[in-house]
Design a protein around this ligand. Structure first.
Ligand code: B12
Ligand code: SF4
Ligand code: SF4
Length: 321
């Protein structure tokens, strides 16, 4: 496959003033970077070192490394690179009704329609490069923040979340294997957001101490996002105060209070209202097949059906705030 390289490091398809990939991604408002697949073992090693030092407080090590999350798909020979993509996404507002009172909460950015977005972006990438004989396949199990930082797509905030220029932390990170080459594709050192140098707002706002002054990595088990994503049979630990909950799952306190996000707080991707009766049905944990069709459709659109079993616990806690 013949080609030349652009200043941005993307293989430019012959006869194009810019590569088709750059054009398609720009039109969709997506940011992306490419990295050689040969760099992946270096990332694995970085994470392994954190594990060796005993500071990786997450199951991620087991899932990603021991269970082969870094291994390449066998049905895709000739993988050359990874394309790492940031797709902007705002919060989705939810308004529940209980005791005549409206209770407002959110689905955080990045949580909604993840699978659909993978397919959508895969479609865009295919439109741009498949025609030239390249292939793309989603990479689900790689450490996406570390990849975003390692490709220079984004920088870490002190809150452990990736920030991308023009999107703040309001985006989803996606990654794809491809047999296309990028020329500027070595693994970079992770960068801290400049604003964080003189700021500790997120540390102060985190109610549970998950963002700690003495370590960069999150204290994962203290994070409300870890707590309220637990399977439905687990109730919240005693140390979690109900007033802390602020999202139907996940938590937005360290993002909403961050000055790097000030442009993204006012708008919603979408808004869904739940009547008193609907709120009650959700609190009772009515199974999906017994839901009134309209409520089921609304939950489907909001991408909340997968969370149905956790709703009595998570929503119940929000309503008691
Ligand atoms: C496990 C997981 C969680 C766990 C643990 C999070 C964690 N910090 O490890 C829990 C349940 C707590 C969680 C919470 C959330 N998550 Co989460 N999570 C994941 C998952 C599955 C893996 C994360 C991972 O790689 N952990 C492993 C560690 C090693 O990664 P790391 O933190 O990047 O570690 C690097 C840095 O610490 C760096 N480093 C070390 N020291 C230093 C020092 C300095 C100065 C610097 C700059 C860097 C640095 O080196 C490490 C290795 O490279 C990913 C999906 C995926 N496949 O990647 C989503 C993912 C990371 N989560 C995501 C989101 C949106 C969230 C929440 C914001 C959701 C919410 N609103 O509640 C919260 C954020 C909580 C927080 N403040 O971090 C997004 C991230 C989007 C973004 N913009 O960053 C992802 C990518 C999912 C997605 N596809 O959108 N998550
Ligand atoms: S609140 Fe301040 S320290 Fe925390 S991520 Fe935002 S800018 Fe950085
Ligand atoms: S998501 Fe919430 S609990 Fe987790 S670190 Fe941020 S503020 Fe703390």
């Amino acid at each position: 496959m013949e080609g030349e390289t652009t200043g941005q490091g993307v293989k430019k398809i012959k006869n194009g003033t810019e590569s088709e990939l750059e054009r398609v991604m720009r039109e969709k408002g997506l940011e992306y970077r490419g990295i050689s697949i040969a760099e992946l073992p270096k990332l694995e090693e970085r994470i392994f070192q954190l594990h060796q030092r005993g500071i990786l407080e997450t199951n991620f090590f087991r899932e990603a490394i021991i269970n082969g999350g870094f291994s390449l798909p066998e049905d895709f020979p000739g993988i050359r690179s990874l394309i790492v993509v940031a797709y902007p996404q705002l919060s989705t507002r939810l308004v529940f009704t209980a005791g005549g009172r409206n209770v407002k909460t959110v689905i955080p950015p990045a949580y909604r329609n993840f699978r659909n977005r993978i397919l959508e972006v895969k479609g865009c990438l295919e439109k741009a490069i498949a025609e030239k004989g390249f292939r793309v396949d989603p990479a689900f199990r790689l450490p996406l923040k570390a990849l975003a930082a390692g490709t220079g797509l984004g920088a870490y905030g002190r809150n452990n979340i990736i920030y991308v220029s023009g999107m703040g932390s309001y985006h989803q990170i996606l990654a794809f294997f491809t047999d296309m080459d990028f020329d500027e594709s070595t693994l970079k050192e992770p960068r801290l957001l400049e604003l964080c140098q003189d700021c500790r707002i997120c540390e102060a706002l985190c109610p549970s101490g998950a963002i700690a002054p003495d370590r960069f990595l999150l204290k994962v088990r203290r994070c409300l996002a870890y707590v309220n994503d637990a399977p439905p049979e687990y109730s919240f630990p005693e140390w979690v105060e109900s007033g802390w909950h602020n999202a139907i799952y996940g938590c937005m306190l360290c993002q909403e209070g961050c000055p790097a996000n000030e442009n993204f707080l006012e708008n919603w991707e979408e808004e869904y209202f739940f009547s008193e009766e609907e709120t009650q049905i959700l609190l009772e944990g009515v199974p999906e097949k017994e839901l009134p069709p309209e409520l089921k459709q609304k939950l489907g659109e909001a991408d909340l059906l997968g969370l149905l079993e956790r709703l009595p616990r998570n929503l119940g806690s929000l309503l008691h705030n």
